[in-house]
Ligand binder design. Sequence first.
Ligand SMILES: [Zn+2]
Ligand SMILES: [Zn+2]
Length: 138
Amino acid sequence: MNNLSSIFREKKLKLTPQRIAVYKFLQSTKEHPSAEIIYKALQPEYPTMSLATVYKALKTLVDVNLVQELNVGEGNFRYDGNVMPHPHIQCLHCGKVDDIEGICFSDLNDKVKNYTQYEVLGNQVYFYGICKSCKDNA
Ligand SMILES: [Zn+2]
Ligand SMILES: [Zn+2]
């Protein structure tokens, strides 16, 4: 908790119960939940918190780089409490998003410099496939 308040203070963010709840929930999971899933998960403990509030808290947390937003296509977003660069893989069958651990693509930032005049700040590497449980159930 101390840690969290100092992180928020450093980012000049007000510690609202909603922001704390959303942030803590994302720290507790590796499931890369959508805003709706976060909203439903927090309902029992925060019955007065609306989906719009969850979206607002997420936007704030993404803006200050405490949470990573993943665009999974068609206007759908998933959220990740781990803001270190890491690749993701999504199951085309059940839609779940997993981290790929042990490999990092930050060297791509250097490679791509030869192909663009942009100052390259980062990248998101996203793979698609069929997860093990979907494959086993097929
Ligand atoms: Zn699957
Ligand atoms: Zn992740």
